[in-house]
Ligand binder design. Sequence first.
Ligand code: ADP
Ligand code: MG
Length: 442
Amino acid sequence: MNAAAPLLNLAPLLDVQHLCKSFRKPDGDQLVVLENVNLTLRPGEIVGLLGRSGSGKSTLLRQIAGLDQPSAGVVNYLGRAVTGPAHGIAMVFQSFALFPWLTVLENVQLGLEAQGVPAPEMRKRSLQAIDLIGLDGFESAYPRELSGGMRQRVGFARALVVHPSILLMDEPFSALDILTAETLRSDFLDLWGEGQLPIKAVLLVTHNIEEAVQMCDRLLIFSSNPGRVASEIPIDVPHPRHAEDPRFRALIERVYVEMTSRPRSAAGGGARNERFAGTGIGTTLQHVSSNVLQGLLEAVSEPPYDGKADLPVIAEEGRLEVDDLFPAAEALQMLRFAEVEGGDIRLTEAGLQFARGDTDERKKLFARHLITYVPLAAHIRRVLDERASHTAPKSRFFDELEDYMAEDAAEQTLRTIISWGRYAEVFAYDDSRQAFSLENPA
Ligand code: ADP
Ligand code: MG
């Protein structure tokens, strides 16, 4: 919380009420991405929005910034509905499209040009923003002369130069290497804590749990399909926060528990909202390779876990990328190789058997579970069995999936099923012909 805080009795800067957003799919149906999202942002707070990839976080930020219109509900900024690009709300993206032919100073000034600020004033404020964010001396440099971390600082300066009340940050550190991200995060927190940033509140979107607990005053846990705020966790550990602090660890654990708990069945939400439901062929599959699945099964089956482990502990152990961990745990649950609840993963009998098996036994077991529990795999296999040629173009399945999900989700789902199907030798896939076949399978 910054120097001006806590001012929680103040009216909210931002008040999002009952926001819904749907997109029209190619077949004319609606894809519901956000459903009844409610949140507020008050002066002096950094609020984190933590959710999976594809849950609608970026879509929500676009509605808040007024770059797009909600299908229903309202975004109130300073008590008035946002109906177009909102002055006073600025955005920091995962990476910025800096203009390569403009200097750092000129790139930062772009943020102000739209506002018609006089040239001398524009220059003065841009230089201030550049200094503030630690790029003093680089104002005449070109983007190609800067490291990735410095380029991201230019992006921060471009957002800060307009002196926004609210800074929306969309995974701003996720494209940086770990050390650079850490430095930029702590520089940002220092400036915030000293009250030096020309902003009143921050909404930080991230899928990095440590980052969220490190930076935020409270966290909103975002669920997927459709996206909505599932729960809220206050973070009351004083700054500077240290990852070794037991209170910090306990909060991380709690966030994991929230993120893996099955949602209370909301009125009308029902099965659609259920996190680990493996259902019809329209279930989106997160991209997890068969290698990552094997890695997680092995890690959990071995001592000291012997079949049951804490997801945060596995994450810390570093054998798997944190970003892979949830999708992998979810996939194992769908395949009935594991149960995931309350931040724990527990292998089923089949999961243990897989971990103990040799290559051949593993493939057979995986194939059986794939066909039994993942309807899309069974569907593809059935189509191939029935056709005289035993082949089918990818587009055949792509078109079907598009009835249920957006184009990129369909692409990702097919990529995943191809990886699993190939591993289990349930079907083959020819990349150059973009076609499934039964060529390799025994
Ligand atoms: P996140 O930022 O949480 O990863 P996004 O907000 O980018 O998620 O996307 C959420 C879902 O909305 C995805 O399935 C995506 O394909 C869909 N989506 C986003 N924008 C559009 C659009 N303009 N048209 C159709 N679908 C979209
Ligand atoms: Mg996003």
